[in-house]
Design a protein around this ligand. Structure first.
Ligand code: IPE
Ligand code: IPE
Ligand code: MG
Length: 258
């Protein structure tokens, strides 16, 4: 890739986010602007998925979480949902060899049971084929919503309490985190939303408690390497305080570099 060198020179490679999450929005508007079908916008969005996955992997980012289809997206017109499902299955089949080659491991987050059987099979095959990969962890959120996930977690905890395996007073933040589909994955450092909307649309509500948010008007199919690098550079200019004062943060940083 020609521009990777340019990108790495601009960034502080020791301070990259460990986990980047993306709300990939704007495929429909991208298509409409060109008098194309919304589904053509989704197909173009797949190119962005491939490009950004490749760049994240080349940069050495550990976790990339992509919001591909929300629980609420089931409410879209039947033809659009069908086209999206078809595209998801086709993409995973097509891309799996490259993912393996690039050492990228796929994880699936969401209510996968709701997806058509053939797509589930393709996804499962992709997951299995990449299960030994040790580079980038690519989390694909499908039929995912945060409220679904938190409701599920509440059910699991309630059932453990009912069975006497847990006392209510023993429930900690770690207990809740361990019942989510992101179990074992560090919280996102950076959450990007393309497409110009300033909302979270039911994505990772628990996990993004202290994430840095980056909103860009760029539509997802237009989100190129340069746009991703800009988001990373912007992230590197933020001071993450986690509730502390700026002086405390500075003290902590100097302690950790001593
Ligand atoms: C995001 O693009 C992709 C999915 C939600 C599946 P949209 O389809 O939401 O595109 P816009 O927001 O209508 O432009
Ligand atoms: C969020 O985009 C979901 C995904 C990107 C998969 P939407 O287009 O569904 O979000 P809203 O409806 O504008 O909030
Ligand atoms: Mg949208």
């Amino acid at each position: 890739m020609d521009d990777i060198k340019e990108i790495t020179e601009r960034l502080d490679m020791d301070r990259l986010p460990v986990h980047v999450a993306i709300i990939m929005d704007g495929n429909g508007r991208w298509a409409r602007k060109r008098a194309m079908l919304r589904t053509e916008g989704h197909a173009e969005g797949v190119n962005s998925v491939n490009r950004i996955t490749r760049l994240a992997s080349d940069l050495g980012i550990r976790f990339l979480t992509l919001y591909a289809f929300s629980t609420e997206n089931w409410k879209r017109p039947r033809e659009e949902v069908d086209a999206l499902m078809h595209l998801i299955g086709w993409t995973i089949r097509k891309e799996t060899p490259d993912l393996v080659k690039n050492n990228v491991r796929i994880h699936l987050l969401g209510e996968i049971d709701r997806l058509p059987e053939s797509v589930r099979k393709d996804l499962e095959e992709g997951r299995r084929a990449t299960s030994g990969c040790t580079g980038l962890n690519l989390n694909i959120c499908l039929s995912y919503s945060s409220r679904w996930e938190l409701t599920n977690a509440a059910r699991k905890i309630a059932s453990l309490v009912e069975k006497g395996e847990f006392k209510p007073e023993d429930i900690t933040e770690d207990t809740v985190a361990s019942m989510l589909s992101t179990k074992g994955i560090p919280d996102p450092d950076l959450l990007i939303r393309t497409g110009g909307e300033h909302r979270i649309s039911n994505f990772l509500l628990w996990q993004c408690a202290y994430s840095e948010f980056y909103f860009t008007p760029v539509l997802w199919p237009d989100f190129d390497n340069k746009a991703f690098a800009e988001a990373l550079a912007d992230y590197q200019n933020r001071e993450r305080r986690f509730g502390m004062t700026s002086d405390q943060v500075a003290e902590k940083t100097s302690e950790s570099t001593e």
